[in-house]
Design a protein around this ligand. Structure first.
Ligand code: ADP
Ligand code: MG
Length: 364
C-alpha cells in the first residue's frame, strides 16, 4: 500500500508539538517529509538546548508514523538547524531523489553514540586496512560539523573541481572527501542542518568516486541530520559501531545500535577502541576500564564483536601527524589489530550478513 504524505500528517495529529503548541501535524518545526516506498523520514527542528527534552516527542512521532498502514520504517531525527520562528528552509537534500549514482559495492558507516571514542581514527585505519587487502576504498567524512579526515590524512590541498563535479583527494591509496578540504576548519562549526544535508548529498553525488569496493563513511556522533541524509540518500550495507569500554560509552553505543536497527541497516559489529593500555617501557598490559565490556555487551545485544584496539600514544601521535598508524607501521601490532577487524568487516559485508534485529532493545 502506498503511503501518502497526508497519511503521515494525519498520524502526526495525535502527537503533541513541543511546548503544547498544538500537534506535530501543523507544527512549523516539522521538516519536509520524505517517503520512499514504505520508509518515512523527517526531522523535528529545534535548538541544541531543547533537543534532549524533545526525545519523548521524537519517539512518539516515530511510533505514530510506524503505525500508519503501509509504513515499514520510520526515522525521525531532532535537528538544530534554524532559530525557532525563522522561515522554514527548503529541504536542501530534496525529497525522494533517486539513490546516488555511485558505483560502490558497499557503503559502510562507522558510527558511535558519542564523540571522542575514536570513531574517526578507527574509520581511517580501517579504510587503510581494507585497502591493504587489495580493495578499492573511499572515505567520506560525513562529520560536517567537525571533519577529521584532513588532519588524519595530513591533507592540505584543495580538491579539483570543474564546477560540477569534485575529484576526491587521493592519499595512501584511498579516495577521500571531506568538507574540511573545501572550507576552513572554524567555518564548519556554523553550518546548520539543511546545509549539512546538502553537503553530504553533494559529497555522495558530485564527487567522482569511480569504482569502489567499499566507501567508509565517518559519521558524526548521535542521531541527526547526517544520519537522516545517509538514510534517505543511499543504501548502507552496514554499520560498524565504535565504543570505548566505559559503561557510559557503552550506553551510548547501545543508542547507536538501536538507531541503526531502526533504519534497518545491518550492524556489522562493534569495535572496542582504547580497549587496554600497553606500557611502552615494559610492555605490561593494563585493563583500563574493565576490559571485555564491549565484547560482553555486544554478545548481550546479539551483535558481532569485531575486535579491540589498544589505547596507545602512538596511535594518537600518528593521527595528529597526519600519517595514520596503519600506514606508518604496517607490520606493527596496531596495524594487525585493524587488519583483523577489517577481515571480519569484509566477511560480514560479503555475506550481506550484518546482523538483523534480533532482540528488541529498550533505550532509556
Ligand atoms: N586507540 C587509540 N589510542 C590512543 N589514542 C586514540 C585512540 N583512538 C583514538 N585516539 C585519540 O582520541 C581522540 C579522539 O579520537 P577521534 O578518532 O577523533 O574520535 P571521534 O571521531 O569518535 O570523535 C584523538 O585525539 C585520537 O587521536
Ligand atoms: Mg570524529
Amino acid at each position: 500500500m502506498a503511503v501518502s504524505r497526508d497519511d503521515v500528517i494525519r498520524a502526526l495529529g495525535a502527537v503533541p508539538a513541543p511546548e503544547g503548541r498544538g500537534s506535530l501535524a501543523d507544527s512549523p518545526q516539522v521538516s519536509e517529509i520524505v517517503i520512499q516506498d514504505g520508509r518515512v523520514s523527517f526531522a523535528i527542528l529545534t535548538t541544541p538546548e531543547k533537543a534532549s527534552s524533545l526525545e519523548t516527542i521524537r519517539s512518539a512521532a516515530e511510533a505514530a508514523v510506524k503505525a500508519v498502514p503501509g509504513v515499514t520504517d520510520a526515522l525521525v531525527a531532532l535537528t538544530a538547524d534554524r532559530p525557532q520562528g525563522a522561515p522554514k528552509a527548503p529541504p536542501a537534500a530534496g525529497p525522494a531523489k533517486a539513490p546516488a549514482p555511485l558505483n560502490v559495492r558497499y557503503i559502510m558507516a562507522v558510527a558511535s553514540g558519542k564523540g571522542g571514542v575514536g570513531k574517526s581514527t578507527t574509520a581511517a585505519n580501517l579504510a587503510l586496512a581494507l585497502s591493504a587487502k587489495g580493495l578499492r576504498v573511499g572515505v567520506l567524512d560525513a562529520d560536517v560539523y567537525g571533519p577529521s579526515m584532513p588532519l588524519l590524512f595530513g591533507v592540505r590541498t584543495k580538491p579539483k573541481s570543474d564546477g560540477k563535479t569534485i575529484e576526491p583527494i587521493e592519499a595512501y591509496g584511498l579516495k577521500i572527501m571531506s568538507i574540511g578540504f573545501l572550507i576552513e576548519a572554524d567555518t564548519a562549526m556554523v553550518w546548520r542542518g539543511p546545509m549539512v544535508m546538502s553537503a553530504i548529498t553533494q559529497m555522495l553525488r558530485d564527487v567522482v568516486w569511480g569504482d569502489l569496493d567499499v566507501l567508509v563513511v565517518d559519521m558524526p556522533p548521535g542521531t541527526g541530520d547526517a544520519q537522516l541524509t545517509m538514510a534517505q540518500q543511499v543504501r548502507l550495507a552496514g554499520s560498524v559501531i565504535v565504543s570505548t569500554p566505559q559503561d557510559i560509552a557503552l550506553a551510548d553505543a547501545r543508542r547507536g545500535v538501536a538507531m541503526f536497527r531502526k533504519v534497518d541497516v545491518p550492524i556489522l559489529g562493534v569495535v572496542e577502541n582504547m580497549s587496554y593500555f600497553c606500557c611502552p617501557n615494559c610492555g605490561h598490559r593494563t585493563e583500563l576500564f574493565g576490559h571485555g565490556g564491549a565484547a560482553e555487551e555486544a554478545e548481550r545485544l546479539g551483535v558481532r564483536f569485531l575486535g579491540e584496539i589498544p589505547l596507545h600514544a602512538r596511535i594518537r601521535e600518528m593521527s595528529d601527524a597526519g600519517t595514520p598508524i596503519f600506514a606508518t607501521e604496517p607490520d606493527g601490532e596496531y596495524a594487525a589489530a585493524y587488519s583483523a577487524i577489517a577481515d571480519k568487516v569484509w566477511t560480514a559485508l560479503e555475506a550481506g550478513s550484518g546482523q538483523r534485529p534480533a532482540p528488541r532493545i529498550i533505550v532509556g
